[in-house]
Write a protein that binds this ligand. Structure first.
Ligand code: UDP
Ligand code: MG
Length: 310
């Protein structure tokens, strides 16, 4: 029988673990699907890990992984995928904002032969005006960079074992799950779902963390920021040429202060070329720096014991 793993990153979700685990377990049992839940405790400061351990003691289909500190959701998703043993692996938030019933729809599509089933937000749920605005801008840039429409994309998806294995092979430190799952390709389909209200706890996204997330993902997926710098260099260079012509004209018509022309010319031309090359070098440097550090994506401090060690 085929098994579905469900990866659930959890950061300060003590109030949700038991409920989420129970809801999904009941659903799977009703549908007669063999399942495994992989909770990843992403360095929570509350009782999340205790709740996960309790849940896994009660139900042997529940597995828990504990990080040594908070590594961020992307790291937690990666760890979950790496430790999932199912024939297909779903990733969903553990605050039940991703409706569990959609898992069944996804599973049935997987049975029909689809290898990547992307959850698409039919509605964005309740979000503030600023949040909506920034999200829109961010997805515009990201969609341009990846060539995939990301505006309604989510982290809620189901991947076939083949896609999971390819995803795990990616060497980069900066994983952006939402976009990379479409990057790996495979036979893909989409399922719409409505984002539910959070039942307990609160969203971990402050304006600051969202901004960091956006900048991080934009730079790891595109060269646009550096291209902007380079573009500035080009504009300054054109400007330099115009000023150079003017300065030369003044010089030859004997109206310029001696030496001034040379200084202006050198300053402008060298300045613009420097800016241009810094842009290009900086781009490559930032890419190499991230990869060369080769730091682990996460550190696991504890893992629950499971009956079937794999
Ligand atoms: N999450 C995580 N690590 C973090 C932040 C969030 O594992 O550093 C988890 C969180 O527990 C939840 C999911 O990622 O299961 C989505 O987080 P949240 O509900 O705060 O985001 P929102 O739904 O508001 O976009
Ligand atoms: Mg949420």
């Amino acid at each position: 029988m085929k098994t579905m793993s469900i990866v659930l990153p959890a950061y300060n979700e003590e109030q949700m673990i038991e409920k989420t685990a129970g809801t999904i377990a009941r659903l799977m049992e009703n549908e007669d699907i063999s399942y495994e839940l992989v909770f990843v405790n992403d360095g929570s400061k509350d009782q999340t890990w205790e709740r996960i351990k309790e849940a896994s003691k009660k139900n042997s289909n529940i597995k828990g992984i504990c990080f040594s500190r908070n590594f961020g959701k992307e790291g937690a998703v990666f760890a979950g995928l790496a430790n999932a043993s199912g024939d297909c692996v779903a990733v969903m938030d553990c605050d039940l904002q991703h409706p569990p019933e959609t898992l069944i729809t996804m599973y049935r599509l997987w049975e029909q032969g689809y290898q990547v089933i992307e959850g698409v937000k039919a509605s964005r749920g309740r979000e503030g005006f600023l949040h909506k605005f920034f999200a829109k801008t961010f997805y515009k840039i990201i969609s341009n960079a990846t060539g995939v429409d990301m505006s309604r994309a989510s982290d809620f998806k189901l991947l076939d074992r083949a896609a999971v294995d390819e995803f795990l092979k990616l060497p980069e430190r900066n994983v952006f799950f939402r976009a990379l799952s479409s990057w790996v390709g495979f036979k893909t389909t989409y399922v719409e779902f409505h984002v539910q209200e959070r039942e307990a706890g609160e969203s971990k996204w402050s304006m600051k963390s969202l901004f960091k997330y956006a900048i991080n993902n934009i730079t790891s997926f595109s060269a646009v920021p550096m291209q902007v710098v380079t573009f500035c260099g080009v504009i300054f260079f054109l400007f330099a040429i115009v000023l150079a012509v003017q300065s030369l004209y003044l010089y030859f018509s004997g109206r310029a202060v001696a030496g001034f022309t040379t200084v202006i010319l050198l300053l402008l031309i060298i300045g613009s070329i420097l800016m241009f090359s810094l842009g290009v070098i900086g781009y490559y440097l930032s890419k190499i720096y991230e990869e060369v550090k080769m730091r682990p994506r996460y550190i696991i401090s504890e893992i629950t014991e499971t009956k079937n060690v794999n």
